[in-house]
Design a protein around this ligand. Sequence first.
Ligand code: ASP
Ligand code: MG
Length: 426
Amino acid sequence: MGIVVQKYGGSSLADAASIKRVAQRIVAAKKAGNDVVVVVSAMGDTTDELLALAHQVSPLPQGRELDMLLTAGERISEALLAMAIANLGHDARSFTGSQAGVITDSAHGKAKIIDVTPGRIEEALSMGHIAIVAGFQGVSQDSKDITTLGRGGSDTTAVALASALHADVCEIYSDVDGIFTADPRIVPNARRIPRLSYEETLEMAASGAKILHVRCVEYARRNQMPIHVRSSFSQQQGTWVVDSTSTEPEGEPMEQAIISGVAHDRSEAKITVVGVPDKVGEAAHIFEVLAEAQINIDMVVQNVSSAATALTDISFTLPRTDGQTAMTALAKLKDEVGYEQIQYDDRIGKISLIGAGMRSQPGITAKFFKAIADTGVNIEMISTSEIRISVIVNGDGVDDAVTSAHAAFGLGSDEVEAVVYGGTGR
Ligand code: ASP
Ligand code: MG
């Protein structure tokens, strides 16, 4: 008998009726002979509502109290789910992240899991109970305070628990049938990807595909934990995220597609520092200041300086939510660095082409750029990894560019496969 960890997102637990439906699914997995551990998110938009409430009482809520508040969302859904399961005649026990042994560092709002000691979960399973765990939370090893793992962190809780319990699989349920070759809301004939390697999934998640939390995929890769991403609204197979050498779930090795999908991201902004003196150490200086402000930089481009002026422009992208902080930090540098001005643009979008097969296939970059050019969209920045090509374009051009690239690589299906059941993709 194996252990199955199932994680249900907020859209699968939006109201009482959904919770009862999910309870039935869980009981079915139990009846099929599995030990079942369930990780839950907060119901619907509860986390957003709690956050908004916090900001109504204080412009700058303390991290400790914010975490205490937000973790309540998951406690509501887990208790209700346990009740619904009991009503179906099965024993379920709910546990907070702390009770489940999720030990973290003390970084409120973005805590990292440092250990998982799921003694109470193992005990519940040995008594034949279904264990339900509040996602996205843990307890700090040092301060013993309650922490959260960052938005969308329940995926990471699920994979961490699955790894600690040596589960057979970690099933992540949302309201879409898996990972698609593009966002079905932009490309209606996007295809479900049956199997995807950890590496490609990581690139997809980091490129804006909202289906899985990046850290959860990193965790799964490190522990070789298979993830099955699927919908709680249907019985269909979803996407298996596995090692590229794995033969799960069909017993055959992965057939390597050259291109797996096109992802897009509208959450970034672009800053250009204009007229930076072309001297040793200037770039380091600028990015040190941004690092001190805890800002994660994505792409960077530095132009060749003009011989006449010996000045150059440096552009980079960053999360839009950090835009204000970055501009403030850079403004303080103006005299020290002696740049001419800084420009901020948040009407941009990023489009990424992902596929492990591009490593050994010439011409992919040219074909991708041509597909974008055909829609009349101008490319502003480019960055690549071994298995990804990303471009920054004007935000208005994103939908057309995604559609064109998806078609150019023949990724579409003849039928419409994708249904977004609850409307959120979570
Ligand atoms: N409820 C939390 C959030 O909305 C965690 C999660 O859903 O994974 O971010
Ligand atoms: Mg949520």
